[in-house]
Design a protein around this ligand. Sequence first.
Ligand SMILES: C[S@@+](CC[C@H](N)C(=O)[O-])C[C@H]1O[C@@H](n2cnc3c(N)ncnc32)[C@H](O)[C@@H]1O
Length: 293
Amino acid sequence: MSLSTNLRRTLSCSKALVRCVNTSSDPQHPKTTSFGFQTIPEDAKETMVKSVFDSVASKYDLMNDAMSMGVHRLWKDQFVGDLKPGRQRPMKCIDVAGGTGDIALRILDFAREKYADRETSVEVVDINEQMLKEGLRRFKKTMYHNTPQISFHEANAQSLPKDKFADDSYDLYTIAFGIRNVTSIPAVLEEAYRVLKPGATFACLEFNRVDNPLLGTLYDQYSFHIIPLLGTILTGDRASYQYLVESIRKFPSQPDFAQMIRNAGFVTGKDVDGGAWSNLWGGVACVHTGVKV
Ligand SMILES: C[S@@+](CC[C@H](N)C(=O)[O-])C[C@H]1O[C@@H](n2cnc3c(N)ncnc32)[C@H](O)[C@@H]1O
């Protein structure tokens, strides 16, 4: 049975489960969440998201290039370049939901190429073993392999094990295109706050809300028609790519997400583009930052 069939089965089981959950005697706390446009029981989301990334792992990098026509590379370059890792001193970084290591590789390359820094390190954390395996395979071809600069860890961003990821221990926390997939965004932000040193930076790159109506319409057409089609053609998996597109629409708006970051204790800039967040391509993607006080 294919993974996408698996995902469809999980989805239909979850619909049945939701009917039960929503008749719960506690309507204030129905314990449901979104999985794309589906409403599902909170405790089913992790397995379903895992199923998506198991399915896409081996083609993830290829699909990223195909879906974004290579633009995700520019966004990631800008994301990392603006953070200037290694500028003042070597940094201890954690890249959460790091997948195949796209951000980690950029951090290490940037520190080395700009500042001749070979001590900055990145711990890549992801809940999905398959994605981490792809990352490890990729790093084997780089100069960082088998050095203290890179390591891969399977863990949930919402509950990083304290013995491995201690309080106040990182100079930089990055999360790119990952946070919209988690069950509890506040739990991830709380963990980010816990593991960062005081004065250190939280930085999130994520798809977000497009402010221009014309661009928004074009973007919707592209997302809902072309991306699932590309998923079908290149990977034989429409369901996973349909989920990825839908999950973008369910993610909080720029000001709402900035407020969540502040709720976790971070200080952000003002609620404008160029303050708490910086839009890329009119908000198709967006970088939010916060500083731990
Ligand atoms: C769209 S990929 C992004 C990967 C990489 N950061 C990039 O930009 O290419 C999202 C990643 O989030 C991971 N993920 C989803 N939920 C997670 C969680 N609760 N904890 C850690 N990682 C999670 C998935 O396994 C997947 O690798």
